[in-house]
Design a protein around this ligand. Sequence first.
Ligand code: 13P
Length: 264
Amino acid sequence: MRIPLIAGNWKMNTTVGEAVELVNEICQGLGGVVGVDKVVCPPFISLAAVKELLKESSVRLGAQNLYFEEKGAYTGEISPLMVADLCEFVIIGHSERRQYFDESGEIVNKKLRAVLKVGLKPILCIGEKLEENEVGRTEEVVTEQLRSSLDGIDCSGAMIIAYEPIWAIGTGKAATGRQANETIGLIRGKIAKLYSEEIAREVRILYGGSVTADNIAEFVEQFEIDGALVGGASLKAGQFISMVKQTQEIFYPTNPPTKDLVEW
Ligand code: 13P
């Protein structure tokens, strides 16, 4: 069984003080909620402070990006070794990075290689633009993104993929549960072809794009969807807590687990 995962991508929001306050509230609200992996991805500058607060918590830490070189004269960049020192997860290839920072499939591939080399768990983002969706090119686009991102990479069950249609990000216009399930099923099929049925069964695939406490259930009750990568709504502790709790109820309708299912 794939363990559900709810990840908060805080993007370029929160000062260190605000991040500390938000994570404290999240931890208080999620104390006893197990069986769902909970990940927060604050800005780099807050990672060390947030890590301290997560010591006794089941909430895990992720970064939003990194550079693929290990160290050296790359002013302003953060290396995989630095991220691995603090985090377990890292978001790679978010559409905002592809769009505003010209991240090509080749760069995403280099970053993924660097991430796996240091033992971080990648959350690889893929998704089509509105105009691509409208002309029925979704499958073609996500297939090409998978192919270029994963080229030459030994994918294991540790890989996490987030399907985030660009038209749904920050727009308040989420995909429907059915739409997201269909594309995620398709992505899982591609993973099976690229690797194996077994790996495709293990890889967690999340939906992202205008997910909130009001619509999370519609996504996590779908067969193929293993959780969500949440932007705006993850900046409100109450929303994040509610999304995790609803996911727990949907995944374990009768017997909620009494301890986390993953040994970290
Ligand atoms: P929103 O939840 O704000 O639409 O953002 C989604 C996203 O980009 C998460 O990575």
